[in-house]
Design a protein around this ligand. Structure first.
Ligand SMILES: C[S@@+](CC[C@H](N)C(=O)[O-])C[C@H]1O[C@@H](n2cnc3c(N)ncnc32)[C@H](O)[C@@H]1O
Length: 255
């Protein structure tokens, strides 16, 4: 029996334009433009089923944790996490994404200007009035534990590592180092990564081979693959290649 993409929740490739390898600044501009054009095909309309499935692994069963959602967009996962009783902190480069998040979910915010340790100019930080959600409007690489009030208990990374072109220079490694610096020593990190059997011209979501994934994470973390979801025959027929979604539980290495 073949399953439809809708049932599998994988769907077609979520990006389509040819994308050159980008420096940090240009990459940020690329994402902002996607929001301006409402070209946000990655956006999900329900809470991610793997987050729901593995929430206890993410939180170690604790009722109230501090969860970091890097490159959060306007993900509904933030709402769900807050509704479960957790304190949620997101970071997002696009102002438009943050405004849409509050507006579309009928939420209000207090906007503060905050000076980050790594930057001269202050950035806007949005604090939700109704729920425990705070969103920093800045580049994830600018954020440090000094700015976030300490390290997090948990990180939920859906389409985030895969959005920063991790194969460009040392960016993948800089990203995993940044995640390590923001995660408590006993924290948990859930990662969704993609694997494509074809070359896709640097298009996000980036394809992550097992070797590259290990290269990025193994120095600072221990990884356990929880699950792999493969695309079905219909998908392969339509797009001419297969894709896989890999779900990992990642823990900091003991020092
Ligand atoms: C593929 S989307 C994923 C959004 C979200 N995680 C989700 O599951 O819906 C990537 C998001 O990261 C944002 N972004 C890209 N680069 C960023 C950076 N360096 N710092 C902060 N946000 C960034 C983009 O604007 C976009 O909203």
């Amino acid at each position: 029996m073949t399953r439809s993409n809708a049932q599998m929740d994988i769907g077609p490739p979520i990006y389509c334009s040819i994308m050159p390898k980008q420096e940090d600044y240009l990459l940020s501009e690329y994402w902002k433009k996607r929001w301006e054009k409402n070209d946000i095909s990655w956006q999900r309309h329900e809470v991610h089923k793997f987050l729901v499935k593995y929430i206890d692994k993410l939180t170690d069963g604790r009722a109230k944790t501090r969860v970091f959602v890097p490159l959060c967009g306007k993900s509904l996962d933030m709402l769900w996490l807050a509704d479960q009783g957790h304190d949620v902190v997101g970071v997002e480069i696009s102002l438009l994404a943050i405004h849409s998040f509050f507006e579309e979910n009928g939420l209000t915010f207090l906007k503060k200007q905050v000076k980050l340790a790594a930057l001269i100019d202050p950035v806007d930080v949005y604090e939700c009035v109704e729920k425990q959600i705070t969103i920093f409007c800045c580049n994830v690489f600018s954020l440090s534990e000094e700015d976030t009030g300490g390290r997090f208990d948990a990180i939920w990374d859906r389409a985030s590592l895969s959005a920063i072109q991790p194969a460009f220079g040392e960016r993948g490694k800089r990203y995993t180092k940044k995640m390590r610096s923001l995660l408590a020593d006993d924290g948990n990190y859930l990662l969704e990564s993609h694997f494509y059997e074809v070359e896709r011209n640097n298009e996000p979501p980036a394809s992550l081979s097992m070797e590259f994934r290990n290269q990025l994470y193994e120095e600072d973390f221990v990884l356990k693959e929880l699950e792999v979801e493969k695309s079905d025959e219909d998908f392969e027929r339509k797009w001419g290649y297969s894709q896989e979604l890999h779900y990992h539980l990642i823990k900091p290495k003991a020092k």
